[in-house]
Structures are given as C-alpha cells and as structure tokens.
Design a binder for this molecule. Structure first.
Ligand code: GLU
Ligand code: ZN
Length: 351
C-alpha cells in the first residue's frame, strides 16, 4: 500500500506533485493501492479549501487513488495508541515544564553537546496519571528511546543507521492530548498497512522516529523508503512552498499541460530514461525509482517548455479542445498555436 500525505497548508508545490506522481506510479507497477491522507492536524497552519484544491489537482493529472481521508479523523485512535504504549511500559508520562526543558537545552548548547531529554520522569508510575489529572498538573507522553540503532532501507539514499540517542525519548502526545506529527503519521501508516513510502528528503530526520514508533506499536511490516532529493531553483537555492514559480497552479497559468509536467517531473534526476518524451502509462513500463540520483536537481523551465511543446505537437485538436474544456474542436487548433507561441515567447523573454 502506498500513500500521498499532503498538508493542506498552502498551494501544492511541484515537489509535492512529484511525490504524488511517483506514489501513483509505484502503486501501478506493484499492483498496490494508492491512498491519499490529508495531514490536517496542524490547525494553525491549515488553510480552508486547500484539501479540495489538492484533490482537484490529482484529478487533473489522472492520479486515481483508492481512498482519501483526513488525519484529524483518527485523533481518538492516536490517543488510544499513545495510552496503550504507556500501559505497556513503552512510553512514560513527563511533567517537565517548558522552562526546565529550555534550561536543559541551553545547557547542552553551552557545552556544545546535542540536546537529549534528561530522563527526569522515567520513573513516574503510570498509575499516578489519575492524580496528575485530578490536580490539574499538565503532562505529556514520551515514547522511550530505542535500545538499538534504527536502520532504514532507502532505495535512493541506501541504508541509514541512527543511534538510539539521536532518536531520543520524544513526545508523542502533547499536554492538550493532541498527537505530535511523527506519532500521528506513524500510527496512520500502520493503520493503512503502508509498505512503501515515497516523500521528500526533508522528512529524513523524522523517519527513524516514525520507524521506532511503528516498531513499538508492533507493526512488523518492513517499509521500503525512497526519499527524494530537493528541487532547486536554477540559481541553486531550495525552492520553497512560497515561491509562486513552483506551484502547480502557476504552471497551469503558464500554459503547461499535465502530460508535459508529469514527463518533466519524472525526468528530474533520472539518468537512464529510454526516451525523452513519454506519457505516464509508458513510464510505468520502464521507470525504476532506484535510478533517481541522490543529488539535488535544478528546476529548468526551458526544458519544461521544450517538453510542453513536444506534448502539444503530439495532441490532436480534439484532445486539446477537451483539455481546455472547449466544445468546438477548431478551438483546439488555436489553443495549440497559442500555447506553442506563449511558451516560446516566454522562453525567449527569460533569456
Ligand atoms: N504532510 C507531509 C508534507 O506535506 C508529508 C508527510 C509524509 O509523506 O510522510 O510534507
Ligand atoms: Zn520529564
């Protein structure tokens, strides 16, 4: 089972779209379902309507999914699973104050050491929980740090070993009873039976924590990972979700068509493509995620323009009319001329 887990916190970025395309593609290759999980647990950052927008974009690219859910629907399950870990002695209650934790952090910084949780609350008995509640003492639940190193198998990065101290005894349930991001994500992956995770490499620091959670929850399905290198601007700095020129919406406004965008994104960092211009169904036959290079890639708009023109040439007037929602086929011809021109002229302007 594969999943695409976007956060509804902004416009969909080409990096997110690339993740969605690859999840869909691998699902097709392995004949496994591909589900969408909207990660909406960060209430402050959620933007109303972005979930619908994401789903509309997936539809435009024909990335059909098996089901769609919102992470917040599982809140009670996250809480129940945290309590279960507590009862099994795999997690513990922590009453350390923010001030205390801040002091410990500063101390570590002063000594040029990496910060680790002090272990102060390791011995609080779980039976004291009701007393804490009665007395209105705030507490969080922390998972116990692993006893052995965590090993991640990543098709792009290779095997990654993480020391137990680097994973640390981290918070899984906050004082307001909401799950932390890593906990919600790991629980949901377990509940959906996820076996293959493709996502951006910005999530690499989260992966050992999520693996540790799944292990303690008893999820023994081995997970294959593919963490994708970041997409950089032509100038070499990382593209952020806030750059207009990297949102899918912007690409549509520029006249880029879905087939061309898919083609372009699948070629990013992929050295062994048997041909340059292809469709997604064609790529399903030969694409191997292992062939994606571990080096970061640059967003090359001229290359995208070239690919766009090639795809426009391949489309007949009827397909183009449908693409732009015109009833009259002759408009397809005009659209083709226009888009060919636009992407050529814009290409020249940017030189
Ligand atoms: N919600 C995360 C994001 O949009 C993705 C989490 C994941 O794929 O594990 O970056
Ligand atoms: Zn504590």
């Amino acid at each position: 089972m594969l999943r695409f887990a976007p956060s509804p916190t902004g416009d969909m970025h080409i990096g997110d779209l690339r993740v969605a395309i690859l999840n869909y593609l691998i699902g097709q290759q392995r004949k496994q379902n591909f589900i969408v999980r909207i990660e909406d647990t960060d209430k402050l950052r959620n933007i109303e309507g972005k979930d619908t927008e994401i789903m509309q974009i997936l539809e435009k690219f024909a990335l059909t999914h098996h089901s769609v859910s919102h992470q917040s629907e599982n809140l009670h399950i996250h809480q129940t699973l945290a309590i279960r870990l507590l009862e099994e002695g795999k997690a513990f209650v922590c009453t350390c104050t923010t001030e205390q934790l801040e002091l410990d952090r500063e101390e570590a910084k002063k000594n040029k050491m990496a910060y680790h949780y002090s272990g102060q609350c390791f011995d609080i008995n779980k039976n004291e929980l009701s007393q804490l509640k009665e007395n209105g003492i705030p507490f969080v639940i922390r998972i116990k740090k692993p006893e052995h190193e965590i090993i991640i198998h990543d098709l792009i990065k290779g095997d990654i070993h993480t020391d137990p101290n680097a994973v640390d005894s981290f918070v899984i349930l906050r004082a307001d009873s909401t799950p932390t991001y890593n906990f919600a994500c790991a629980c949901d992956d377990m509940l959906s039976g996820i076996s293959f995770i493709v996502r951006g490499e910005d999530h690499l620091p989260n992966t050992p924590k999520q693996e540790h959670i799944k292990m303690l929850l008893g999820y023994d399905q081995e997970i294959t990972y593919a963490h994708l290198p970041v997409i950089l601007h032509t100038e070499g700095n990382k593209m952020s979700k806030h750059d207009d020129a990297s949102s899918v919406k912007w690409m549509f406004e520029e006249g880029f068509i879905p087939d061309a965008i898919i083609n372009y994104l699948l070629l990013l960092g992929y050295a062994q493509a048997p041909k340059e211009i292809f469709t997604l169904p064609e790529a399903i036959a030969w694409f191997n995620i292992k062939n994606i290079s571990n080096a970061s890639v640059k967003f090359d708009i001229d290359k995208l323009r070239f690919i766009n023109r090639e795809h426009l040439k391949l489309m007949d007037d009827k397909q183009l009319s449908t693409l732009f929602g015109f009833a009259d086929e002759s408009i397809g011809k005009l659209a083709k001329l226009y888009l060919g021109e636009v992407s050529t002229v814009r290409g020249l302007e940017s030189k």
